[in-house]
Each structure stands twice: as structure tokens, then as C-alpha cells.
Design a protein around this ligand. Sequence first.
Ligand SMILES: Cc1cc2nc3c(=O)[nH]c(=O)nc-3n(C[C@H](O)[C@H](O)[C@H](O)COP(=O)(O)OP(=O)(O)OC[C@H]3O[C@@H](n4cnc5c(N)ncnc54)[C@H](O)[C@@H]3O)c2cc1C
Length: 393
Amino acid sequence: VTKATARVAIAGGGIGGLAAALALARQGLPTVVLEQASEFREIGAGLQVAPNALHVLDALGVGERVKRSALLIERMLMRDAVTGETVVDIPCDDRFKERFGNPYALAHRADVHGALLDACKSTEMVELRTNSKVQSFSVTPGGVFVRLADGTTVQASGLIGADGVNSTVRECLVNDGPPLTSGFQIYRAAIPAERMPQRHRHAYPLLWAGPNSHVIYYPMRDRSVFNFGATVMTNDSVRKAGETVMPDEMLGLFNSYHPESLEVMSLPEQFQTWTIQYRHPIERWSFGHVTLLGDAAHPMTQFLAQGAAMALEDAACIARCVAESADVQVAFERYQELRLPRTARAQISALMIGRLFHAQGIERKVRNEIFRDRTVPEHYQRLAWLYDKPAYV
Ligand SMILES: Cc1cc2nc3c(=O)[nH]c(=O)nc-3n(C[C@H](O)[C@H](O)[C@H](O)COP(=O)(O)OP(=O)(O)OC[C@H]3O[C@@H](n4cnc5c(N)ncnc54)[C@H](O)[C@@H]3O)c2cc1C
């Protein structure tokens, strides 16, 4: 086996792809990361980094850096958008940290990505290539030939498709059509903290759960800006991502909301549209020398705030499996076996949480009833499957 074929190729240098490269490097395994863009970077705003994501970042040696640059939240709060009553209030204080081994952080997406990128740059085990759009691949007896859009090829022992929700590797491998986009319209905005009424300037996310919709806002790292997102279920066709929308279009959809929430919703002068792309779980994503990771494998609705967390866990798991088996095909099978039930559970749970957030009529009353008397230990117990550290991290 030559040096070029011993390394693993990774399509995509997002949070998942970089974490996989770093995790493999820490097991002594070389990789080449093929990123289509002209530079490695993450755009966009806030990222909720739950304890399970922090466990992986800790294991990769970048946890402290991410936690230092993030806001560690005091609690998770959900209020009924119709009545204003508090439905869920989960403290994220020392009890939480003790129970789960990590706090719950609100980070800037670019900070998480930047920490992984710098760590990748500091090891010669990782080769980072930009302007390298993966177009197709062919399997050879000892691995894969990855074909790039510019006509060049890369030889590797295996290929990990970490190329996101519109994955080319998935298309070649599974070919199950484009992801689902139906029904959800998101409006996003950034609100400077000085414009926020005092009673809304908290160091935690506040979620207003309303009929067919929800609104969430939380401060970014230095608390100077709040990240705002309003999601509404619609039967109409949704707008494309990145369109600018005036407040009246958006506010008209939320007129049943509690006045306290409207105080915040009426602040932005404009909103940017965003869409959700997701899929239902599939039963297989490893095929011989090629596998999928992160959104390419299991894109989910954002209601559980776990897409990046699952990509990070995938990275830890795949590195462990590749380190344990000399045969990449065996390692990719094992990785799939370990990760599939958990990521599928996250995909399904995300949809169920969406239903809880958006409950209306009698369902709304049932939801509030379910949560009303839940104690703190009971809340923690129900989150344990997600926030506890899996064995392979
Ligand atoms: C509104 C919203 C809010 C969210 N909030 C959270 C949250 O709070 N917490 C959380 O954990 N998750 C959250 N997520 C999910 C999270 O953003 C994603 O799950 C995560 O970024 C997926 O990472 P990835 O590396 O798999 O894919 P991506 O980040 O999409 O990276 C894919 C990379 O592959 C590159 N690429 C694509 N095609 C090719 C190709 N053919 N060849 C080479 N390179 C290619 C792309 O340029 C990109 O760099 C949210 C998502 C949305 C939409």
C-alpha cells in the first residue's frame, strides 16, 4: 500500500468533514479533505452546541477554545406563545454540567469551524484542498479513485462523503433524489442587544411555541447581538433561502402571539428567508469503500439543534472504527452499525419536537400538560440518551 492509497479522502470541509479529518489524524491516519469552495469557511450565525457535541470537541482538543468563545447558557426556556405561560424551564447550571459532563453552549458557527480548521492545519496528517469539487468516484480493488470537477483524480483507500445536505457522494451512492423542503418557512434576523427591551436580554434561548409556528431568539457570544429565527409551517410553497422580506409579511403570520413576544418580533427592519432541508432515515449509507457522514448521511430538521452535533459524533466514531480495522470496508460497516440507530433517532425526534413546538388546539393543551409537573431530574433523564457521551467518543 503506497502512502497515497493509505489515506482516506473526505468530500467536504464543513464541520463534519474537518472533524473527521482531525479525528482520523489523532488516530494517526492521514486524510485529504476535498472542498469545493475557494476557501474553508462557515457562514451564518449561531450554533447551539449541546454537551454531546462538546464531548467530541473536547476529545479533538478544541473544546476549551470553543467554550471560551461561546456563551454558556443558564437555562432552556419554552413559553406558550398564545398564553405566555412557561411550559418548559430546564436549568443548565452546575447541576446540568455535573449530570452531563459539559455545559450547553451558544457558539458562532465560524468559531466552531475555525477551531477545527486551525487544528487540521497544525497536523501534517491532514491535507486541505480547496477548489476541489467531487464529481464522481470509481471503486478499485484497493480503494477509490475520486474524480473532481476539474478533471483531476485523487486516489485513496476510502471516501467519506461529508458534502452536506445536497451531497454528490450520496447521489452517486444512494440516489434517493433531492432532500425534502416541504412546509417550513424560516425568517431570520440579527437584533443589536441595545435595541432589545431589558426583560428580553437573557443569557439563554427563549422559545415561543405557537400554533403551526415557533420563534426563538438568543444572544451571541459577547451578548451584543441576538440571533432571531421565526419558523412557520405553511401549505404554500416556501420562499428560496436568502430572500429579504419586510416585517409586515412576517408579522402577519404571527398575530396570535403573546404581546411580550411581539415586542421582539417587531424590532427587525427586515428578515432573511431560510429553508429547512431534511430527509427521513435510511437503512444503509456505507457501501464498500465509500460512506457518508453528517448532513450527507442524515440531514434533519433543526428543531433538536443537533445536526452539527451528530456530524461531530460521526467523526469520532468513524475514526475509532478505521483505527480498529485494517480494512476500510469493515470499518465503514461498523461505523454505520454504531451510528445509524442514534442518528435516525435524532432525525425522528427532531420531527417530533417540531410537532410539539407547533401544537395547536387540543394538542397544545396536551403538550403543556405533559411538561407541567416535570421535575429537573426528570428533564435531565429524558435528555440523557442525547447528551451523554457515547462509548466511541
Ligand atoms: C437554520 C439551521 C439551524 C441549525 N442549528 C443547529 C444547531 O443549533 N446545532 C446543531 O448542532 N446543528 C444545527 N444545524 C445543523 C447544522 O448546521 C448541520 O447539520 C451541519 O452544519 C452539517 O455539517 P456537515 O459538515 O455535514 O455539512 P455542511 O456544513 O453543509 O458542509 C458540507 C461542505 O461540503 C462542501 N461540498 C458540498 N458539495 C461538495 C462536493 N461535491 N465536493 C466537495 N465539497 C463539497 C460544502 O461547500 C461544505 O463546505 C442547523 C441547521 C440549520 C439549517
